[in-house]
Design a protein around this ligand. Structure first.
Ligand code: TEU
Length: 586
């Protein structure tokens, strides 16, 4: 029996539910003109690679005109391309070529804030009477101080004094990123017009930066003080009008286009996500939540700690979302992005002996859960955190501020602060893509803007494409499986080994069909006891076909699975088995 015909879902399937997204961070993907900075013609050149890999959608991090204080997340002209990335013609060529190859392109939309060099802000700060003043959020000083103790995500106060207006303006991120006033209908109209301008060009959707922060409670009361006395809880996400504005955006800007929209939602809860990502399509299609990436968060130091959370915490965080949204809203799945350290260094093992095995195990774990998966550039190879030796090696403003905060506000030694930066700096994700073993890893003919990871001679696309057992080749097979299997796309999710600190095992079920995915997160062999009902399942895939523990042998151990170090195994019922084998062998 064909698995695809069984257990058809009652709801109509959206194309983005079966799709796999690949995030490109343009500055570090591929340079074409030798200036050491990745660009749009470079991306166009590499599109056939993404089509070969089996990607459906590209999420393009910002390429707009920007002073680059926050690497493009500070936009000074939403309808222009930054010169280091190319021209609008280069963009149009990239989009046309992507579409020819069957790839869709989703643009980053950064509208919680603009750059302080955006014409709106330049006008807004020219005086309180300027018609654009109310495009941003201003408050008078309170007894000669900031209006509240709200802290910026990049350190210090979220309020910046403006001499000419004699007022403070709000910036949840850098002071060069003033927050737009979404309560002003003119701001919303301006944003929707700009979105339609891009949609009319033919783009395929938006990834909406910190969209859970756009609506502010206008009272601005103090929150619990953190480092330096500033509070990260003073301005709450999911503000009073956020759902009203997103519904309006859906009606005024998005309706009528066959697109996909994912909202980046720091601080989102499962109940809130049921609104943001409801399958009724009234707001967005899915959200990025961060529970599983923020497990180590500390009240003072934030993410800048060196302890690794327990595996059970990771599993509970992910399972809660899988189960919580079931049938109501849609999940997105990701391990990493341009703000996160590399997943192999975080939850795998980046020593040369385990690097590839752990990369394949982590891919299996993520790609067979329920939701739309997002791969970050280089994850398909198992790229690793960079061996930063010194504070001067870091480029990202967040890391540079964290260094100051950890030493001055938290009184932590240089050594410990450096270790925390090494573990969590966003710069880990931002080293150039490793294409081949040649000069500058094939990224540029010039000097790369950021050093290339020293492991590139062994870890690169060209080498991995030539080998059937590489993470890259394995990733390609998994993507194929994901596309072809209804069980993977629509099956419900259940966590099977909640308290096991070595393995992550879950069951997917669709009608009569069952798949169990079991992943060993350690460098020791592991034994997983399966519930009695699953004891007849057949092993269909192992991420370590090289390993000593043979899949068949494991199956002989009734009601249990033996996993080699960092091995992932997939088992399924006998009917699904044939179908999945056919897919994998194709
Ligand atoms: O990130 C939002 C966000 O919440 C980050 O501050 C995140 O918590 C942090 O980077 C994790 O270390 C988005 C973008 O993805 C990020 O690159 C931007 O700097 C930020 O918004 C401001 O636009």
């Amino acid at each position: 029996m064909d698995e695809r015909t069984v257990g058809a879902t009652s709801q109509e399937e959206h194309w983005w539910q079966r799709a796999v997204v690949y995030q490109i961070w343009p500055r570090s993907f591929q340079d074409s003109d030798g200036d050491g900075i990745g660009d749009l013609p470079g991306i166009t050149r590499r599109l056939p690679y993404l089509a070969w890999l089996g990607i459906d959608v590209i999420w393009l991090s910002p390429v707009y005109q920007s002073p680059m204080v926050d690497m493009g997340y500070d936009i000074s002209d939403y309808r222009a391309i930054a010169p280091e990335f190319g021209t609008m013609t280069d963009f149009d060529d990239m989009l046309t070529r992507a579409h020819e190859l069957g790839l869709r392109v989703v643009m980053d939309l950064v509208v919680n804030h603009s750059s302080s060099e955006h014409p709106w802000f330049i006008a807004a700060r020219s005086g309180r009477d300027n018609p654009f003043h109310n495009h941003y959020i201003w408050r008078e000083s309170k007894d000669g101080h900031e209006p509240s103790n709200a802290g910026s995500y990049f350190g210090g106060s979220a309020w910046e004094w403006d001499e000419r207006c004699s007022e403070y303006y709000l910036h949840l991120f850098a002071k060069e990123q003033p927050d737009l006033n979404w309560d002003n209908p003119e701001v919303r109209r301006g944003v929707y017009d700009m979105m339609c301008w891009w949609l009319d060009k033919g783009i395929d959707g938006f990834r909406m930066d910190v969209i859970s922060l756009i609506s502010k409670d206008q009272y601005f009361v103090d929150g619990t003080p953190g480092p330096g006395g500033y509070s990260m809880s003073a301005i709450r996400p999911n503000g009073p009008h956020v759902h009203e504005y997103l519904r309006e955006m859906r009606r005024e800007a998005l309706a009528g286009y066959d697109i996909m929209c994912v909202g980046e939602c720091p601080g989102v809860t499962i109940d809130e996500a049921k609104h943001y990502a409801n399958l009724d399509g009234s707001e967005l299609d899915m959200v990025f939540q961060f529970e599983h990436t923020e497990l180590e968060s500390d009240p003072m130091r934030g993410k800048w700690v060196c302890t690794r959370p327990r595996l059970s915490e990771l599993k509970h965080a992910l399972a809660r979302w899988e189960i919580g949204l079931e049938g109501v809203a849609w999940n997105s799945l990701f391990w990493s992005n341009h703000d996160q350290p590399r997943i192999v260094s975080r939850w795998g093992n980046d020593t040369p002996i385990w690097r590839e095995a752990s990369a394949k195990m982590l891919m299996t774990c993520l790609l067979l859960m329920k939701g739309t998966p997002y791969l970050y550039q280089g994850d398909e190879l198992g790229m690793c955190n960079y061996p930063f030796a010194d504070i001067d090696d870091f480029r990202d403003l967040e890391s540079i501020d964290a260094w100051r905060m950890l030493r001055e506000d938290c009184h932590i030694s240089d050594e410990e602060a450096l270790a925390a930066l090494r573990a969590h700096s966003r710069d880990n994700a931002r080293t150039p893509m490793q294409w081949d073993a040649g000069k500058a890893a094939g990224f540029t003919s010039g000097t790369p803007w950021m050093p290339i990871h020293p492991n590139y001679p062994d870890l690169n696309v060209e080498e991995q494409r030539s080998r059937a057992d590489s993470p890259l080749s394995y990733c390609r097979r998994l993507l194929h499986l994901r596309h072809e299997s209804d069980l993977v796309v629509h099956g419900s999710f259940e966590l099977l080994d909640a308290d096991n600190e070595s393995t992550f095992t879950y069951r997917r079920t669709l009608g009569a069909h069952v798949m169990v995915v079991s992943c060993n997160f350690t460098s020791e062999a592991a034994w997983v006891v399966l519930p009695h009902d699953d004891s007849t399942l057949l092993p269909v895939l192992s991420s370590r076909e090289d390993s000593q523990v043979k899949v068949a042998e494991a199956h002989m151990k009734s009601s249990g699975i033996v996993l080699a170090p960092y091995e992932a195994q997939v088992l399924c019922d006998s009917q699904a088995f044939k179908n999945l084998r056919d897919i994998l062998d194709a």
